[in-house]
Design a protein around this ligand. Structure first.
Ligand code: XMP
Length: 517
């Protein structure tokens, strides 16, 4: 397994995902972890990430010294290269020449890391690589024992190695897809130089998780809040396989779900897979609690609190349960560790089905805690979940409650569900669903005038939203074809009585958030 030390780069999670894609387990630790922690992890190799700081200043982060004393290979990337060079006796300078974006590097001499990996050959027969650079500082003197293995115009020392000790460092970012041969370089390091075996596959993840869950819960009963979203669905399938009848799922149908969603969840889990699922039909309670409430934050709070209350009630009835399962995934773990500084502003109070009260007196079991989203999807498929469920766009905890602007009413929710289903159906029909990261309809409770045949219509407005994003922190609106939008608009206006106008949201995030409330 590989240990990744995080120096604060926006790409650290990406490095971890790449290593996992190669088939090798890895974890991310803060660069401030102790020598003890590094040793205890017992890595076969260590990767030092990039980071925003400069090693030319004395009070910026360094790798724990033990990294270089464990006798395992180390790969430094960008800041990781600079700190490796500096800590081992080389020299780093701030340079006026900032390099950002594509660059071409030339492989120099022979190295286990780069030899034979190239995009082009120079006329003299050197390997040339198209890579992604993002740095201000650069290494100017090699540490003792190191040799040059790559250079670029902006960074004459773009790659270095001390092959005897297994230390390698690159100024560019092999983890981003712009570096075309990046995966081959990382595979070389992880598989050949560190000698890891590619054993981290969907079926091995499932086997390991099943053993771990069985060892943890024994013959106890486990409760899971099932939402129909990817993470809780995969937990349900996994736990069902691990402990079968010891699992009870509670599915709260808030009445704020998408068209037929409640029935689909029951069909997949209860009928098809034989999972024990208690469906709570809570539409009336939600509508009553939301009656007359228009403020988005207040709506979110009401929906979140009511969920906890209902879930708590149901869970209380399962008296022999000792465990609560949650669909926490690795990015949640990293993010909550990283957000302790509390610097982020509250934009929206997000609520997850996982956001349950702390006084439930149940112990937690979180079988996806070490997995990235793409791994969760892979094991979901392997466990036999339908692919449209596994690849479904994210859906917010408060559901249609934040897609009906202002006061929530059943009539609004019904109109919205129909319009949304048409939009999604056409995205599938045109092979566009998987090309956008998230798409949905929003209900605007304003009436506008239209004409249909000889009649006048005075009906509500639907806004369509589709975005492309990697991390949902920033997003661009999807440039869907006009003909496609035209078709969806005509279908909604013709088929959904009560809607007379359709608009397309062309706001990016920031400043607009993805959801409208
Ligand atoms: P925003 O609207 O903040 O959304 O740009 C970013 C992503 O988060 C989803 N979202 C939520 N997910 N509970 C959730 O589980 C929530 O309260 C919530 N609010 C927004 C949103 O759908 C998008 O994918």
């Amino acid at each position: 397994k590989i240990l990744i030390l995080d120096f604060g780069s926006q790409y650290t999670q990406l490095i971890a995902r790449r290593v996992r894609e190669i088939g090798v387990y890895c974890e991310i630790y803060s660069c401030e972890c102790s020598d003890e922690e590094v040793k205890n992890f017992a890595a076969n190799g260590i990767i030092l990430s990039g980071g925003p700081e400069t090693v030319t200043s004395a009070d910026t982060p360094r790798a724990p010294q033990s990294v270089f004393e464990l006798g395992v290979p180390v790969l430094g990337i960008c800041y990781g290269m600079q700190t490796m060079a500096e800590q081992l006796g080389g020299k780093v300078e701030s340079s006026n020449h900032r390099e950002f974006g594509y660059a071409q590097i030339r492989a120099r001499g022979h190295s286990k890391l780069l030899s034979g990996i190239e995009d082009h050959l120079s006329p003299e027969g050197f390997g040339l690589l198209d890579v992604w650079m993002s740095h201000g500082d650069r290494v100017v003197d090699l540490p003792g024992g190191f040799k040059l293995i790559a250079s670029s115009d902006g960074a004459p020392i773009a790659g270095i190695a001390d092959e005897e000790r297994g230390f390698y460092a690159l100024q560019f970012h092999p983890e981003v897809t712009h570096t075309k041969q990046g995966m081959r370089i990382l595979s070389r390091f992880v598989l050949e130089i560190c000698g890891c075996e590619a054993l981290w596959t969907a079926s091995s993840i499932i086997d390991d998780s099943i053993h771990a869950v069985r060892a943890k819960v024994g013959s106890d009963h486990v409760i899971l809040g099932l939402s129909g979203g990817v993470d809780s669905s995969v937990v349900a399938a996994l736990l069902h396989k691990a402990i079968a009848d010891q699992l009870t799922c509670v599915f709260v149908d808030t009445g704020l779900l998408r068209l037929h969603e409640g029935d689909q969840v029951m069909a997949t889990f209860a009928e098809h897979m034989g999972v024990k699922v208690i469906r709570v039909n809570a539409e009336q309670r939600y509508l009553a609690a939301l009656n007359g409430v228009a403020d988005p934050e207040q709506k979110r709070k009401i929906i979140g609190n009511l969920f906890v209350e209902i879930f708590d009630d149901e869970a209380g009835k399962i008296t022999d349960a000792k465990w609560l399962a949650q669909g926490t995934i690795y990015p949640d773990v990293i993010e909550s560790a990283g957000s302790k500084s509390g610097k982020a502003h509250l934009i929206k109070s997000h609520h997850n089905v996982g956001g349950l009260p702390e006084d439930m007196k149940l112990k937690l079991v979180e079988p996806l805690r070490e997995l990235f989203k793409d791994e969760v999807r892979k094991i979901g498929l392997e466990l036999g979940l339908p692919s449209d469920m596994v690849f479904r766009h994210p859906f917010p905890g408060p559901g249609l409650g934040v897609r009906i602007l202002g006061e929530v009413k059943k009539t609004y929710a019904d109109l919205l569900r129909q319009a949304d289903a048409i939009f999604i159906e056409e995205l599938y029909n045109h092979d566009l669903y998987s090309k956008v990261s998230q798409a949905f309809a929003v209900f605007l409770p304003v009436k506008s005038v239209g004409v249909m045949g000889d009649g006048r219509r005075y009906d509500y407005v639907i806004a369509l939203r589709a975005v492309e994003t990697i991390d949902f922190m920033t997003a661009r609106w999807a440039h869907l074809p006009y003909d496609f939008l035209d078709l969806v608009s005509r279908r909604i206006i013709n088929e959904v009585a009560g809607i007379s106008r359709v608009t397309y949201d062309i706001s990016g995030k920031p400043p607009a958030t993805i959801e409208w409330e």
